[in-house]
Ligand binder design. Structure first.
Ligand SMILES: Cc1cc2nc3c(=O)[nH]c(=O)nc-3n(C[C@H](O)[C@H](O)[C@H](O)COP(=O)(O)OP(=O)(O)OC[C@H]3O[C@@H](n4cnc5c(N)ncnc54)[C@H](O)[C@@H]3O)c2cc1C
Length: 560
């Protein structure tokens, strides 16, 4: 991926001096075999793997609790998928090519909305490291089988979300990669159901690592890596009550500190495209790039291409703009309904793209629209239309038909509640007439009315002459009341990071591994480029994060 042998550019925001820490301020030293920095998706998978191998393991985490464990875990041919059979099985070579190609395909190729569409072979942007994608395709099945076995004692089941409709969305091919860890209702309680789409309860992970003898220190951020020669031998971390601690790790240090999304200013500097279209932040707090900087100070290098996960689910009030400052929100501020392919218009009241393309790319045209935002419009028939859209992954609204049940799709009742709440907060607007809605959304009334009339005419004919939206999703707006919302990007995380090899070892600018130093998750790069998280390869971000974390541990212990 990188041909340069230059260290980080002098002008790069990553080029910051390594902090000097006086020996006298280091008050404690801890010995361990494996040190895991960061207790999110990657850190917890690594901790379970290391604990099971019987290695003396310590996890240090910056926050006072484990990071939230996201639920959509993309795997290839795990036991859960094999149990379903053909419908859930994935051709490894095909999905590797799909991911290698992804950026290019979304930008430049028109898949012509054919159900026969197949990804083209090796013509993609190839800004990613195919070797890493291969590791995910080869090892994710076994990695999630391992995790499922470990968590089965709590009644947790690993299930496949294979209900992907006809396997095409807006002409793009979808893959049944999504798997979930389902917590039994009686053990998780009602909140388990409500949170099922947001995170997997971390208390089961915590219980597990404790039972395996893994120690966890909270409020203890990684500051820098200690090296002897070209080998990382430990780290310096800050103690909860001030002062520093030295942690020696004889087998290896694994950095799992996530990306840098929580520093919006840094994102804007590294990746202005991502902030230019974003209005909402609902993120893992504390992810400000600490691990990336520590890896660079230790001699590592970083991806050149920025990459971020941005979904079309940030909502704004009429008249608001995208870009900094980005509003901080929680899970109930994320507008999951925003990924439904209803008609969308810019602030001039005009359509500007095919609304059926994947939700990670539909935002990119916003860069060229007024205020970096647009409006999504629906009417009283919306639920029937939602049923016909059959979106998948975290945009699924209609309960999934997958069995065993995955509890995917919030259903009509819960969705109506969310819409009502967003209306009460002043985001969603409702009106009996199109003119009334335009007024409330601050859209030019005449333009907006003309756009809806043209859209309805094309819907009646089943042909979108303007943007080629597939007929299945080209549904008329004709039954009042009408609804609309101003939307922009929800910036979730960054995905460009330290350059790693196929064993997750951090590499220097010449491509040499730094002994004893590993990175997994959003802190490490090479897997995604540009602002894409291929939504139709559901869960691939968590999937690669957890697969790579396990691989790193297996490698540093000599198990592979
Ligand atoms: C709301 C939300 C939902 C998502 N849902 C999905 C999904 O369902 N499927 C999917 O594929 N992707 C999803 N993603 C993306 C996914 O979470 C990431 O791509 C990735 O898997 C995160 O894992 P991680 O372990 O690298 O980082 P994180 O989970 O972000 O964990 C990093 C941890 O490191 C800690 N940390 C930071 N700095 C330090 C330091 N200096 N020292 C010690 N600890 C530190 C943080 O506090 C945090 O606990 C979601 C992202 C968000 C924000």
């Amino acid at each position: 991926m990188h041909t340069t042998t230059k260290p980080i550019d002098a002008g790069s925001p990553w080029n910051v001096p390594e902090p000097e820490i006086q020996l006298s301020s280091i008050t404690d030293t801890i010995e361990t075999e494996i040190l895991i920095c960061g207790a999110g998706n990657a850190g917890m998978m690594a901790a379970i793997s290391a604990g099971r191998l019987g290695a003396k393991t310590l996890v240090i985490e910056k926050n006072k609790r484990v990071g939230f464990i996201k639920p959509y875990m993309g795997a290839v041919n795990s036991k859960a998928q094999r149990a379903v059979g053909e419908k859930a099985m994935i051709d490894k070579e095909e999905i590797i090519k799909e991911l290698v190609n992804y950026g290019n395909k979304c930008r430049n190729e028109n898949p012509s909305f054919s159900p026969d569409y197949k990804p083209s072979r090796y013509v993609g942007s190839n800004k990613v490291d195919e070797k890493l994608i291969r590791v995910w395709a080869e090892e994710s099945g076994a990695a999630f089988d391992f995790l499922a076995d470990e968590l089965s004692e709590y009644g947790i089941k690993h299930v496949s979300e294979y209900d992907i409709g006809d396997g095409h969305h807006g002409g793009f091919k979808a893959y049944p990669t999504q798997t979930k860890l389902v917590v039994p209702f009686l053990k998780g309680g009602p909140m388990a159901i409500i949170h099922a789409g947001i995170y997997v309860e971390e208390r089961f992970f915590v219980k597990k690592i404790k039972s395996l003898g893994v120690r966890c220190m909270f409020n203890t951020p990684l500051i820098k890596v200690i090296k002897e020669g070209n080998r990382a031998v430990g780290v310096i971390a800050r103690k909860k009550n001030g002062g520093y601690i030295r942690i020696n790790a004889s087998k290896g240090v694994l950095i799992c500190t996530g990306g840098y999304v929580a520093d919006a200013g840094l994102v804007a500097e590294v990746n202005p495209e991502a902030t230019a279209i974003s209005v909402l932040h609902y993120i893992q707090e504390g992810t400000v790039g600490d691990g990336i900087r520590a890896g660079i100070w230790a001699g590592g290098t970083k991806d050149k291409y920025p990459s971020a996960m941005v979904f079309d689910r940030g909502i704004a009030r009429p008249g608001e703009k995208a870009d900094l400052p980005i509003r901080r929100g929680g899970s109930f501020d994320s507008f999951f309904f925003g990924s439904q392919p209803f008609m969308k218009v810019n602030m001039d009241g005009k359509r500007f793209c095919n609304e059926s393309v994947p939700y990670d790319v539909i935002l990119n045209p916003l860069q060229n629209q007024k205020n970096g935002v647009a409006c999504m419009i629906w009417d009283a028939n919306y639920w029937k239309q939602v049923e016909s859209f059959h979106t998948i992954g975290c945009s699924r609204m209609v309960p999934s038909k997958s069995r065993p049940r995955t509890y995917e799709g919030m259903g009509r009742f819960m969705n109506s509640g969310m819409l009502l709440m967003m209306r009460m907060k002043g985001y969603i607007k409702k009106a009996r007439t199109l003119e009334g809605l335009a007024k409330k959304l601050r859209l030019p009334e005449e333009e907006f009315r003309a756009t809806v009339e043209r859209y309805n005419r094309m819907a009646a004919q089943g042909v979108d002459e303007d943007f080629g939206k597939q007929a299945k999703d080209l549904l008329p707006l004709g039954r009042p009341p009408y609804f609309g919302v101003t939307y922009g990007g929800w910036l979730l995380t960054t995905m460009d990071g330290l350059r790693i090899n196929e064993d997750m070892q951090v590499m220097d600018a010449q491509g040499n591994a730094i002994g004893g130093l590993y990175a997994a998750g959003d802190v490490a790069g090479g897997f995604f480029a540009d602002n894409f998280y291929p939504e139709l390869v559901v869960g691939v971000a968590v999937g690669k994060t957890m697969t790579f974390a396990r691989h790193a541990v297996l490698h540093m212990t000599g198990a592979i």
